[in-house]
Write a new protein. Structure first.
Lengths: 317, 150
């Protein structure tokens, strides 16, 4: 029996585990496994959250694409005989944002989206101006020292805004079926769901009720902030504004009494800045006073007609 | 009783020792951790897709800014067109994970010189990860834009 040396034959060693040993082993195994499972489920949860964020982002991206193509090709008609488009827009700023101190200054959601450093966190924007230098040429020498989107400290920790962006289209030859068409982008309640960014079309007819259609673009949209780059102040005094009225001073399509005699040289802004703030989890309820995880998509779209216009003020360097 | 004695040499009859159990557990843990390690990678892929969306929108914003602010003599865009090397990356204040730079040459499409996207002397916005976010500073997105005002 050579194996007698390697295989103990006493009863104590041959009987397998004692109850105590088993319990210890099971406790250790349990500790290991629970740790592993907790990590595992945590990972699953994080992944689910990440997928929802991505879904929100896709949502926003699609809406942004629709908006871009519509804005880019806007054509204000200064001559009769061609379809005319007016842009009439305003914005309501809500009292709350995501309830997160995004710029770590001890205040929560203290800024509004306006292209200004409302809370003056950056001190002097001049030193941080991202327009500093491209090669040897400054991006915008004439605005040096003025705030703009993209400058440090500008619109960093924001309240949500709900913009209403309306295009009013007047066909050059109206028919009874189409006198005018009004397209509005806004956050609405759609099919019982709040916070839906939608494109609403109203077709006015010479008789009968107007035709109204609503197409949802993105869900879970908490903030829809739109700014307009004013091309009109003389000379080169251009800046962002949060409302726009192409009809101001327009005798052909008066919808506003302001500046009734002053027809702005350019009826459409040069550029439109769009900032979409979407709930990271669209199904989660978002309400004032409740902290919410968000994703943000921002971009700017030029109106080709305006920046191509000879009257659009451009500096010489 | 006889079975105990007749046990073959190959297998001990006493069951596992505590040490063996611990070793087995360790091996199992390693195995499970290896599987779990795959998950963050898929997570990262989802994150990258999200950042790509943001990068595309931000690149458009920068390009539109340049075209909007271009001067009468087109010097601003020309200066980007004539850059010998890309400008230093500047982080976006609202999303410091991403930085932009201007360039006249392609950074992404360098493999094939005949690729029209690789054409030199065309103004571009390059979006890449900020240095303090990802040290490799991978380029995420590249956007060429029009050269003239009108």
């Amino acid at each position: 029996m050579s194996c007698a040396l390697t295989r103990p034959t006493t009863d104590r060693l041959r009987r397998g585990f004692s109850l105590v040993e088993l319990l210890i082993a099971m406790t250790i195994a349990l500790a290991f496994l629970s740790g592993i499972f907790m990590t595992f489920f945590q990972i699953l949860k994080t992944q689910e959250a990440a997928e929802k964020r991505l879904e929100s982002m896709r949502n926003g991206r699609a809406a942004m694409t629709t908006l871009s193509s519509e804005i880019k090709s806007l054509n204000r008609n200064y001559n009769p005989g061609i379809d005319d488009i007016l842009l009439i827009a305003r914005r309501d700023v809500l009292a709350y944002g995501d309830l997160t101190d995004n710029d770590n200054d001890g205040q929560v959601d203290e800024e509004t989206v306006n292209g200004l450093d409302d809370d003056m966190t950056s001190g002097s924007v001049t030193t941080n101006d991202r327009h500093a230098l491209v090669g040897q040429v400054r991006e915008r020498p004439l605005y040096y020292g003025r705030t703009d989107l993209g400058d440090k400290g500008v619109d960093e920790d924001i309240k949500f805004g709900h913009s209403f962006m309306t295009f009013r289209v007047y066909p050059s030859s109206p028919t009874p079926e189409l006198v005018s068409k009004t397209i509005t982008y806004a956050i609405v309640t759609y099919d019982g769901q709040p916070n839906v960014l939608a494109r609403q079309t109203i077709i006015e007819r010479s008789s009968g009720e107007p035709l109204v259609t609503v197409a949802p673009l993105a869900f879970g949209v908490l903030g829809f902030d739109v700014l307009y780059w004013n091309p009109n102040e003389a000379p080169y005094e251009q800046y962002w504004v949060d409302s726009w009225d192409s009809s101001a001073g327009d005798p052909a399509h008066p919808t506003s009494s302001t500046n009734a005699t002053l027809q702005p040289p350019l009826g459409l802004p040069a550029s439109v800045y769009v900032r979409l703030t979407l709930a990271a989890d669209p199904s989660g309820a978002a309400a004032a006073g409740r902290k919410v995880d968000t994703v943000t998509l921002e971009s700017a779209i030029n109106i080709e007609q305006t920046i191509g216009d000879a009257r659009y003020p451009r500096p010489s360097l | 009783m006889s079975t105990k004695i007749q046990h073959p040499v190959s297998g001990p009859a006493r069951g596992f020792s505590l040490l063996e159990v611990l070793v087995a557990l360790a091996i199992m843990t390693a195995g499970i951790l290896t599987i779990a390690a795959v998950f963050p990678r898929t997570l990262e892929a989802g994150n990258d897709a999200q950042i790509l969306s943001q990068a595309a929108a931000l690149a458009q914003m920068k390009a539109e800014e340049i075209r909007r602010d271009n001067d009468r003599d087109n010097q601003l865009i020309d200066s980007i067109k004539n850059l010998t090397e890309p400008t230093a990356p500047v982080a976006f204040p609202h999303d410091p994970r991403l930085s932009y730079q201007f360039s006249s040459t392609s950074i992404i499409y360098t493999a094939d010189a005949t690729d029209p996207r690789a054409a030199p002397g065309v103004p571009r916005v390059i979006i890449r990860y900020s240095a303090d976010y990802r040290s490799s500073q991978d380029v995420i997105y590249e956007l060429r834009f029009d050269q003239t005002n009108h």
